[in-house]
Design a protein around this ligand. Structure first.
Ligand code: NAI
Length: 244
């Protein structure tokens, strides 16, 4: 029987590339996303590769429980959870609305926490599991992202705590911190802003969603052991040096 992985935010960008990579490594993948239309299209397209779509808004505790229960009932065990769903609402702090702060924290941090809380007892009971949280290089600090950077710093702290709490149950928990990656999320940026971001990259270019997916599949593999609580960057070197 195939190993099972749940990927949140699987209908687009990085999540879609992670789901594709895991399917090709032999996982049965539960594609979870709040976007039902895109999710259904993907399920049809990828059906023969071993996946199913389940609508889930990760900020809804009810949706999250239904997702975990359905995956458990259908597949007996959950080997891997990839918490990828996330969003941006950028603005300097004096212009940022409280709603935009709350929304980003709710999805990126609380939604990830709800998913971890729901899957932890299952993986603990199985005495086996991998949780991979998609953070961001932005946790180090990016002007205009006080909500987003704080949410991703929270995801990294959550990863470290869960690595300590779940380690003795053979559940490894790691974070992946992408830099500038070409996805629908970054394609929404103003061209001038995007160019500035690209110029600041040591490699002078954006990463691909597949670059992130390859690291996630390494961390998800049963053969990968003894790595837990870590944050690994996929950012073309942007996180090193003094930024000048
Ligand atoms: P995207 O916008 O292309 O895809 C995000 C997916 O998450 C969408 O399918 C969306 O429907 C889903 N989603 C959003 N809120 C949700 C919710 N409440 N419940 C369930 N699904 C929800 O974004 P992208 O670029 O693929 O980003 C994926 C992750 O990678 C995010 O966590 C983002 O913060 C992170 N990231 C992205 C970077 C980039 O340069 N693209 C850089 C660093 C981190």
């Amino acid at each position: 029987m195939n190993s099972t992985a749940i990927v949140t935010g699987a209908a687009s960008g990085i999540g879609k590339a992670i789901a594709w990579q895991l399917m090709h490594e032999g996982f049965f993948v539960v594609l979870a996303d709040r976007d039902e239309e895109k999710g259904q299209v993907l399920q049809k397209e990828w059906d023969r590769h071993g996946c199913c779509f389940q609508k889930c808004d990760i900020t809804s505790e009810k949706d999250v429980h239904e997702l975990i229960r359905a995956a458990q009932l259908q597949h007996d065990k959950i080997d891997v959870l990839v918490n990828n769903a996330g969003l941006l609402r950028d603005q300097v702090i004096w212009k940022m609305s409280t709603e935009d702060f709350d929304r980003v924290i709710d999805v990126n941090l609380k939604g990830t926490w709800l998913m971890c809380k729901a899957v932890a007892p299952v993986m603990k009971e199985q005495r086996q599991g991998r949780i991979i949280n998609i953070a961001s290089r932005a946790w180090l600090g990016n002007a205009g992202q006080s909500n987003y950077a704080a949410s991703k710093a929270g995801v990294i702290a959550l990863t470290r705590v869960l690595a300590l709490e779940l380690g003795k149950y053979n559940v490894l928990v790691n974070a992946v911190a992408p830099g500038l990656i070409d996805t629908p999320l970054t394609r929404k940026l103003e061209p001038a802003v995007l160019q500035k971001l690209m110029d600041a990259q040591p490699t002078g270019q954006m990463g691909r969603a597949e670059d992130v997916a390859r690291l996630v599949s390494f961390l998800a593999a049963a053969e990968t052991q003894f790595i837990t609580g870590q944050t690994i960057y996929v950012d073309g070197g942007k996180s090193i040096g003094a930024g000048i």
